[in-house]
Design a protein. Sequence first.
Length: 149
Amino acid sequence: MEIIKNPNPILHKKLENVRPEDQIDQLIKDMKKTMIEFRGVGLAANQVNKDLALFVIDESLAKENNAPDVYLNPEIEPYSKQEDIMEEGCLSIPGTWLKIKRTKKVKVKALNEKGDKIKFIAKGMLARVLQHEFDHLQGTLIIEKQKQS
């Protein structure tokens, strides 16, 4: 799969929710393979030119945190007032690393790849990756996020 690069308009739009009738099994497999191929820790559907509120994250990061590696129609909100700043990169903006401020803990509600509801609190690196990917689903890239930091 090809990674869509900024300024492609699909990277700047809020994505459509995944519906039960959407055929996404192959898309998820392809996205996981592409994320690994390009050495990412997460990949949102719009980064492969799909208008679906879905992202995948690194399998080992997910396992370390006892969390899923596929998120459909997620809702992610701050669960802590504590924030930190770290450098982040993005596969859609190659070669760019920016210092981004994010909350240290988030509350996550989503569907997993089987369509089951999931709900948990994420912290640390997992929280950061989930926020980064969720931003993609809202049409926000790190270049906009840095302006807000």
